[in-house]
Design a protein. Structure first.
Length: 313
């Protein structure tokens, strides 16, 4: 498939995304070069891995309505709603938490609604069963024939779309590192890299489930394992949307050093992890490590409450 896919090129994505050196003595003193893969600059409304995962799914939808899933502050819901506005197709967002239906919309969901997304609130038990055929059938009976995209946008098409990220980094880094939520970006990134390169995933959720998710996505997308990848599960800072004062201080300092606005829930955890790993000697001297910047801070998101530092990792 041509890249960007036909029908989406009119959105004028910045591809390939820039790869920028970041002079940082915390890496340099170990002989390691830090590079920033600026996927956050791909598109103002569909930045980073949201573009890479959504693009092939939107081609598959071929203009049909799209139904997808997310929480109250889901980047994926906002990106899908924006794509619907920009490309002129109907979107439905199934939102976790039926109690939200009776409250004023938060800024994130208000943006989805302003972009034309129909919000369908469900209780948490129903949301957990969102892949059950009966649950899906019930949703489609309400909203009509739709292209169903999973939570976070991670499916086989998304993994295939993210292979382009790996291809853009061929010959340019020894390690390509990305923060992980649902695993689709890592699955595709690893598949797109050249032999001798490896992908590193930093999960932002607790639970140790992500390895199985990545293997399953690669099986579905590529027929089996693809590329070399690993996970470091130590840097979730308590789980999704959890942070600590130390993480915020680290992100503030990184912004001051490099002039990069640091998104806190994914990107800050990735950059912190890489800094610790460099100090631990995880990267041989002479290596270049590319940090994939998958998004930017969003004023629609509240600052999550900081968790006690004892649970930070």
């Amino acid at each position: 498939m041509p890249y960007p896919p036909p029908g989406l090129s009119r959105l004028q994505p910045v591809l390939p995304s820039p790869l920028q050196p970041a002079e940082d003595e915390r890496f340099a003193r170990h002989g390691v070069r830090l590079l920033l893969k600026r996927d956050d600059l791909i598109h103002p409304d569909l930045p980073g891995n949201k573009w890479r995962k959504l693009a092939p799914n939107l081609v598959s939808a071929a203009g049909r309505p799209v139904l997808t899933f997310g929480g109250a502050y889901s980047n994926h819901l906002r990106a899908t709603a924006a794509a619907g506005r920009l490309l002129g197709f109907r979107t439905v967002g199934v939102v976790r938490g039926d109690e939200l239906a009776h409250r004023p919309l938060n800024p994130s969901l208000a943006r989805c609604a302003a972009d034309g997304m129909r919000l369908h609130f469900v209780d948490r038990g129903t949301y957990r069963a969102k892949t059950d055929p009966q649950v899906l059938a019930g949703l489609l009976s309400v909203h009509g024939d739709c292209e169903v995209i999973p939570e976070g946008g991670s499916n086989a098409l998304a993994a295939q779309g993210c292979t382009e990220l790996g291809r853009e980094l061929r010959g340019r880094a020894d390690v390509a590192a990305v923060a992980c939520g649902t695993g689709g970006t890592l699955a595709g990134l690893a598949a797109g890299l050249a032999p001798g390169q490896r992908a590193l995933g930093v999960p932002v959720l607790r639970g140790g489930f992500l390895g199985d998710e990545v293997r399953s996505l690669q099986q579905e997308a590529f027929g089996g394992p693809a590329g070399t990848w690993s996970l470091d599960e130590r840097f979730h800072f308590g789980g999704y949307a959890r942070t600590t004062p130390g993480l915020h201080a680290f992100a503030d300092d990184f912004e001051d050093r490099h002039g990069l606005p640091v998104e806190r829930l994914y990107v800050a955890k990735l950059l912190y992890a890489l800094t610790v790993l460099a100090e631990e000697g995880a990267f041989p001297a002479g290596n270049a490590v590319a940090a994939v910047i998958t998004g930017r801070p969003d004023p629609a998101e509240p600052t999550p409450p900081a968790q006690p530092s004892a649970s930070s990792r």
